[in-house]
Design a protein around this ligand. Structure first.
Ligand SMILES: Cc1cc2nc3c(=O)[nH]c(=O)nc-3n(C[C@H](O)[C@H](O)[C@H](O)COP(=O)(O)OP(=O)(O)OC[C@H]3O[C@@H](n4cnc5c(N)ncnc54)[C@H](O)[C@@H]3O)c2cc1C
Length: 279
């Protein structure tokens, strides 16, 4: 199928993009890897596409004040090759190769993935596990939102219609940082049926600030808080057992909710081993 007719404008700056978004039914275009597919299937038919790709400065990766910052237009492939990401955000580095295929990662952007907020996507869960933040510019100025408050529902975020996500920030990894990532997909590159992103700080006998963020088990990334408490104390069996209370995944064509909960336990055992290793 072909998309319904739409107008196209190339934004010169973030401010220009916000101005263009004032048009009725305008939509931002970043890597186009999700948006163009929805246009072609006529699942969405915006009147105007506002292309962000020419906006300078949104594709930077920078270490600042103990944090790693990635501009919204950083491509998945660019982040995958970045030594700064490998060093400062090893969880994101582990997750990136699971996103689609090289052709998709060459165009798809960090900002597009987070703004699209697919419940089975890797990066939203990573950002929640890392207690990251998102910088947003909109008609009323700039604001920063915690990842915990950004994902609101199925493909729904805290972004308003005239908002542009400009960058994300995560605390830079230190020698004590421990991360783990695992997902179960039918084939490598498919969206995950269930996935888990985890981050913690190694302490003498336990894991501090442990965050387990599952994806593919609900409308948004889901923290497994009871499992976090048990695993932080080193009780993996109790952590796996707690998932039945932490998670309530819906059944779909790929798996029943019960199978997904079982898979969540399998992934937790894998990730627990990774958390025992220096990242
Ligand atoms: C075959 C295939 C397989 C894929 N597999 C995976 C996978 O396994 N895991 C995964 O996570 N993803 C997967 N993807 C999606 C891919 O990661 C996309 O790159 C991503 O979802 C969207 O990023 P984009 O830059 O292409 O955004 P676009 O498609 O350009 O935009 C997506 C949405 O986000 C909005 N948007 C984009 N940028 C911004 C911004 N800066 N501020 C505000 N709103 C913005 C757009 O308006 C649009 O609504 C797959 C895609 C395809 C085609």
């Amino acid at each position: 199928m072909k998309p319904a007719p739409f107008a196209y404008a190339k934004a010169r700056s973030v401010a220009h993009a916000i101005e263009l978004l004032a048009h009725d039914d305008a939509r931002l275009l970043a890597g186009g890897q999700s948006l163009i597919a929805t246009l072609n299937m006529r699942l969405s038919h915006p009147a105007l596409l506002v292309d962000l790709n020419g906006v300078a400065g949104l594709d930077r990766i920078a270490s600042k004040n103990g944090h790693l910052e990635l501009g919204a237009l950083v491509r998945h492939a660019q982040a995958e090759r970045s030594a700064e990401v490998a060093r400062g955000a090893p969880l994101i580095a582990l997750a990136l190769p699971h996103i689609g295929h090289p052709a998709i990662r060459n165009r798809g952007t960090i900002g597009g993935s987070l703004a699209f907020a697919d419940p089975a996507a890797e990066l939203p869960a990573c950002l929640v596990a890392l207690a990251g933040e998102l910088d947003i510019s909109g008609a009323n100025g700039q604001r920063t939102i915690r990842a915990d408050d950004f994902f609101k529902g199925l493909f729904e975020t805290a972004l308003a219609p005239r908002d542009v996500l400009t960058a994300i920030r995560v605390p830079a990894a230190t020698a004590e940082t421990r991360v783990g990532f695992a997902e179960f997909a039918r084939r490598h590159g498919d969206y995950a049926i269930v996935g888990l992103a985890a981050c913690a700080r190694a302490e003498s006998k336990r894991l501090g600030d442990l965050r387990l963020a599952y994806f593919g088990v609900g409308a948004t990334p889901v923290r497994a808080r009871r499992a976090e408490r048990a695993l932080a104390e080193g009780d993996l069996g109790a952590a796996v057992g707690a998932l039945a209370q932490d998670l309530d995944p819906p059944s779909d064509v790929h798996a029943t909710g019960a199978v997904k909960t079982h898979l969540a336990g399998v992934l937790l055992r894998r990730v627990a081993r990774q958390l025992g290793q220096p990242s």
